[in-house]
Design a binder for this molecule. Structure first.
Ligand code: ATP
Ligand code: MG
Length: 416
């Protein structure tokens, strides 16, 4: 993409009311636009990042047998009455609306009820199990505080997978496979080193659920990290009993602030019993299906990367989710030699399958450099009269700041 085609402008200052680092940087860089508190549009560069995150999540969900579908945002009151989750006293972040007839509807904050009801049309025998279905869909939550940018939105994209098994053992087995998939996702988006599987409260059907918590001062959660075991315990379940079950000592744990980027839950038969998702087992007995649910917030994940991998100059995207891998900055005006070489390089890299962003604008060099740092592509290459004289390109790695003079084949080898 040519930068001159992009309508978004970078800004020196973020809106005054934005307090979080992720919102400030992403707005300044033109990745997102704030529509109102907790509601953000994804602009072209931001959408590219979120799509890449979605791509990684999709690959990992498919790798454990997930199949993708898409359910609706409009949801039925009756279903939620059956599980006791319609009342605003029980669920305090509902957005609700009405049909012209007066019938109330909910805007989905989650989809357990809907998918359980839907699968009654498709599951009747043990032969129909297991089912692992997921979607990447917008959720609506009337969050009380929405001051953390993408971290806590009122409208946000979530990947939610629901597992349907014939018994507890096969759920447990799948649950462990999902732990592997989650680890790979956080590793691939660049948060592996900072993200800990965290024991949290489990609800009715299992003692613990697991959260994936990324260390950050911007986080809302307090967790206790065991570096040695590469796990953490959420403050809410930090008891003598939990410590002894996990074989850790309180004095070996370090208290940290963290962002919950994902979580996984064993739901047991809570929803299948309430809604009547029943199958016939091999002995001909009727049994409720055993369920689990597995969420990741894509916006929150993107906000977390912006939060923890940035510096005072701007964003620093890992290659895996950067909008473009290479940012070519031409320091010549149109039709100059430097511009022509930069354009040739842009076309050549594109043909080699690289994702390239070409700063072809006719503005001051300093402004181009500041923008490149703010936008945060992993590599920046400068083409100027000076680099032409040397017969090389000036390549800078955003993360380390390391600058090298390279020829074309060296450049391709490094950036690929
Ligand atoms: P939290 O504890 O942060 O309120 P939650 O436990 O309610 O989140 P789930 O309902 O399990 O979260 O949602 C799954 C994932 O969706 C979370 O792990 C998080 O990554 C993301 N998520 C939840 N709420 C929001 C939100 N308001 N904005 C953005 N992402 C969210
Ligand atoms: Mg939570």
């Amino acid at each position: 993409m040519r930068q001159s085609q992009l309508f978004t402008k970078t800004r020196r200052e973020a809106p005054k009311e934005e307090v979080s680092t992720n919102a400030k940087l992403l707005i300044r860089a033109g990745y997102i636009n704030k529509e109102m508190a907790g509601v953000y549009s994804f602009l072209p560069l931001g959408l590219r990042v979120r799509d890449k995150i979605a791509g990684i999540i999709r690959e990992e969900m498919n790798s454990v047998g997930g199949v993708e579908l898409e359910m609706t945002a409009l949801q039925n009151q009756e279903l939620y009455e059956k599980t006791g989750r319609w009342s605003d006293d029980v669920v305090d972040n509902w957005f609700k609306t009405k049909l012209k007839s007066g019938t109330e509807l909910g805007l989905g904050f989650t989809h357990e009820e809907m998918i359980t009801e839907m699968l009654k049309n498709h599951i009747s025998s043990y032969k129909d199990l297991p089912v692992y279905a997921y979607q990447i869909q917008t959720k609506f939550r009337n969050e009380e505080r929405a001051k953390s940018g993408l971290m806590r939105g009122r409208e946000f994209l979530m990947k939610d997978l629901y597992s349907f098994n014939d018994n507890q053992e096969s759920l447990d087995d799948f649950y462990d496979q999902m732990k592997g998939a989650y680890e790979r996702i956080f590793e691939r988006v660049g948060l592996g080193d900072l993200t800990y599987i965290t024991y949290a409260s489990g609800g009715t059907f299992s003692k613990y659920s697991h959260e994936y918590q990324t260390l950050s001062e911007a986080g809302e959660d307090t967790i206790y990290v065991s570096e040695e075991k590469k796990l953490a315990i959420n403050k809410e379940v930090l008891t003598e009993e939990t410590l002894s079950e996990l074989g850790v000592k309180k004095e070996d744990l370090v208290e940290k602030k963290a962002i919950e980027v994902g979580n996984i839950f064993k739901l047991g038969t809570k929803f299948s019993s309430a809604l009547g998702l029943i199958y016939t087992d091999e002995q001909g007995e009727k049994q409720p299906v055993v369920m689990g649910s597995y969420g990741i917030g894509l916006g929150r994940l993107m906000g977390t990367v912006a939060e923890v991998l940035s510096d005072d100059k701007g964003l620093i995207w890992p290659k895996s989710i950067a909008p473009f891998t290479l940012h070519i900055v031409s320091l010549g005006i149109k039709d100059s030699e430097a511009y022509k070489v930069a354009e040739e390089l842009y076309k050549h890299c594109g043909e080699k399958g690289l994702e390239v962003f070409f700063d072809d604008r006719d503005i001051a060099a300093g402004e181009k450099f500041a923008d490149a740092d703010l936008l945060g592509m992993p590599y920046r290459v400068v083409v100027s009269d000076k680099t032409l004289k040397e017969g090389k390109f000036e390549l800078k790695e955003r993360k380390s700041g390391e600058v090298k003079m390279v020829n074309l084949s060296e450049l391709l080898a490094i950036v690929k």
